[in-house]
Design a protein around this ligand. Sequence first.
Ligand code: GLU
Length: 473
Amino acid sequence: MSVVTRIAPSPTGDPHVGTAYIGLFNHTLARQQGGTFILRIEDTDRGRYVESSEQRIFQMMQWLGLTPDESPLQGGENGPYRQSERFDLYGDYARQLVQSGHAYYAFETPEELAALREAAQKEGRVIAVPSRDLDPAAAQARADAGEAAVIRLKVPREGETVVNDRLRDPIHFQNRDIDDKVLLKADGFPTYHLANVVDDRLMGVTHVVRAEEWITSTPIHVLLYQAFGWNEPVWAHMPLLRNADKSKISKRKNPTSVEWYQQQGFVPEAMLNFLATMGWTHPDGLEVFDLAEFQRVFRLEDVTLGGPVFSLDKLRWYNGKYLREVLGEDEVARRLHAHLAGQKVELPLDDYFRAVARLMTPRMDVFSEFLDKTPYFWREDYPVTEKAQAAIDAGRDLLPELAARLKNLPTFDPVSIKAAFTTYAEEKGLKLGKVMPPVRAAVAGTLESPDLPDLLATLGRERVAARVERAAR
Ligand code: GLU
């Protein structure tokens, strides 16, 4: 049987790194076995629905290169892929369970339920819903007559429900601790549990790989599969991404919107590589590997459960690696240029831009650092730091002659420039460390810039001479 995986995000806000993370593992599992990866939108909760959210989830998946095989965008033979477009079918499944005695109509009002809940809490047990014990035919008649009713799952009072999770020992849940969950609301809307299970079944999902936080829902899902007489999928609950203090990843402690990472100029390859290491380690100890390699070696069984920390520093490290060691100069320049264009900074993608990008690649981890670090490449009124000003002041006497020498070099390339400095320093009996900083400070306004000969060659003779002469005054 071919593998079918899915992610089932609810469109309730920003596209979350957790969705990207779970998406990566599901995508990989399907791809490595020639299976199918589905994106289903779980939009049954209309109260939390955010209009733009679905579109932004698609964009995130596309940016990451985790394109689904079936989704509301692509379509597919198991559609529709939005639960809001599937509403009609859930009611029949709920009623089927009423027929078979695995679910029942419940007529309790919200006030009655509140009182029942309070009583249950006091006694430390799940709530006992009186409608559960109604005569089924009588309940059916009341529902047919139009009385407001929900349909609840009739959880067996005794025994246990076992969740067999690929990543864990069997998890035993005592049935007496499981609520008779609502499956279908009075307005005919399904709850998460019913819609999720019915859709996984109808879409032929073979592996439910989702975040750990859903484990407590899984016994309900197992009971539903049993009630319908369906085979369960493989369950695998991935460890939650965590903040540095080990709490569940949250906006307050980490940016959680993938759009933020996009806007900062992280590259998707680095993001994927980083996410792949959350709960999984490459068998050969490789840190940097691409999606194809991940697909080649990943095994679901090898996921480890110790809460992986989503460290921004580590992600930055990955990004820097991709810029410096993986993507290549041309690609970095192209992406940097596109990133800036996205920020409404229009620069020509020419040899000068490429040279600046090449000089700065060792000095940035993400594209968002680029402009702040390079004002002197783009304008004459670049800021001058205090330290740079001090270096200019200390070396002012040297600048006129250095400017003249640089101006008169036969060729203005890094090797000749370097030689000019060395010769000058030798003649004057000065150290290079004395001669170079004032020039660097003069042309860049900072002492933190690329290698000086490269920097000067890139800026060009005219600009360098003018800047050094200006600083000498
Ligand atoms: N709609 C749920 C979510 O937002 C799906 C959970 C699941 O994968 O079953 O994550």
